[in-house]
Write a protein that binds this ligand. Structure first.
Ligand code: CTP
Length: 411
């Protein structure tokens, strides 16, 4: 089934009798998972109020190009950049003509020029206007410039005519929008990624942690989003911006990370454990700052739960991917870890090589699964993330049937 998870749809509504159907269209787009913001032309506002579309989309409706207040919030350039798709529905004969001549004298035409996103047009007009050679020429011009069209449908028109020019039904427009994105390898999948270090508190001001930067986990999240997945990062403290269209859940300790991950499991198809989880935590966290005392003190540490092994041991577990940091016999130790933790896949690094790993922007790894392995040559973390996502997508369904207790109904 088609999805629009993580997709920002900028919906342009122009002034035709079919404008009232844009209310249903907003709902249909949202139902497929999209975030929707609306631009209305002056004409559209004669047919449906901005308030209706504001209430449905959950965002103020944009109407004016030269509105100082609106430009301070999200101006036409920001809107154009925000959009993953500009969808104009209904697209009147007038808007087709103005787009074809490259005008930018209202917000919708300006955004249409300013966006790098794909543009999908759903025309609606009187059948004679649609058949007019001027409209035919405009459609040809816009098609040649790479704009996509859905419809119009044929049938009885509001004006009583019968012929082509009816707006395609909103559900079919939403499906057409989703189809534009359908090459995503993980389209419709839900991915949870742990990333960064954990902090294990000793007292209110001190903690045990490690040097993990979170870069690999965040790169994986971006790659998963780019492949169409709905992606959540459960992140220890890092200095990284959230990748586009991901949800970041901030945690500190290993036990918090485990709790959040377990909460997310019912909505998770793929679990990737990239975090550098502290294996031990202080046996007790002091409520007050520990004061200087004797020359030597001892810390008692207790084992933290293993998050990825806990997830993999669940009866209905997602496709589970772990990481292994090894200093020697990388493949042998990683394969043992794959089996011991019950994982579907493991990405193994040689951390004795100082030039890769933790704070570096490059990485080199071997990816192992039950009956195979593939070396990933040294490359940037974002390229490696894409390669790992490709391997996961390739093995996802293969890895499922043999595993006892796995819930195949979710496929
Ligand atoms: N991991 C986890 N929870 C932990 C420790 C590790 O989820 N408490 C995950 C990491 O995110 C990684 C994988 O387990 O995906 C491997 O971590 P690593 O520290 O290399 O392996 P360990 O099982 O701790 O084994 P060892 O340190 O003995 O090599």
């Amino acid at each position: 089934m088609a999805h629009l998870f993580n997709r920002n749809i900028l919906l342009g509504v122009s002034g035709g009798i079919a404008a009232y159907k844009s209310a249903e269209l907003v709902r249909q787009l949202q139902e497929l998972g999209a975030s929707v913001r609306v631009i209305m032309t002056r004409g559209a506002q004669e047919f449906i109020t901005p308030l209706t579309l504001q209430a449905l989309s959950g965002h103020p409706v944009h109407t004016d190009l030269l509105d100082a207040e609106a430009e301070q919030g999200m101006g036409h350039i920001e809107l154009a950049r925000w959009a993953d798709l500009l969808l104009i529905a209904p697209a009147t004969a007038d808007i087709l003509a103005r787009l074809a001549s490259g005008r930018a004298d209202d917000l919708l035409t300006a955004a249409a020029l300013a966006t790098a996103a794909p543009r999908l047009l759903a025309p609606a007009m009187n059948q004679q206007m649609w058949r007019d050679p001027a409209t035919t020429a405009n459609v040809a011009t816009l098609t040649a410039r790479g704009m996509a069209f859905v419809g119009p449908a044929s049938g009885e028109q509001a004006c009583g005519d019968i012929g082509p020019g009816r707006l395609v039904e909103p559900a079919a427009i939403a499906e057409a929008a989703a189809a534009l994105f359908e090459d995503g390898l993980l389209q419709g999948r839900r991915v949870v990624i742990t990333a960064g270090p954990t902090r294990e508190a000793l007292d209110p001001v001190r903690y045990i942690s490690n040097h993990s930067s979170g870069k690999m986990g965040y790169a994986l999240a971006q790659a998963a989003v780019d492949a169409g997945a709905r992606t959540t990062i459960v992140s220890g403290p890092v200095q990284l911006p959230a990748p586009d269209h991901t949800r970041v859940i901030a945690v500190e300790s290993a036990t918090q990370m485990l709790d959040r991950c377990l909460e997310l499991l019912p909505e998770c198809d793929i679990f990737i454990a990239c975090a550098a989880v502290a294996d031990y935590r202080p046996a007790a966290t002091q409520a007050q700052k520990i004061k200087k005392g004797p020359e030597q003190i001892s810390l008692q540490l207790v084992r933290n739960p293993d998050i990825v092994a806990t997830v993999a041991a669940r009866e209905q577990h997602p496709f589970t991917v772990g990481f292994a940091a090894e200093t020697r016999d990388v493949v042998a130790y990683a394969r043992e870890k794959l089996q011991r933790k019950g994982l579907d896949m493991i990405v193994a690094n040689d951390v004795s090589d100082q030039s890769i790993g933790f704070n570096s922007d490059v990485n080199e790894a071997v990816v192992l699964w039950r009956d195979g392995e593939q070396a990933l040559a040294r490359t940037g973390k974002s390229t490696m993330a894409r390669q790992i996502v490709q391997l996961i997508a390739r093995h996802l369904d293969q890895g499922l049937p043999d595993r006892p207790g796995r819930d195949d109904s979710r496929k």
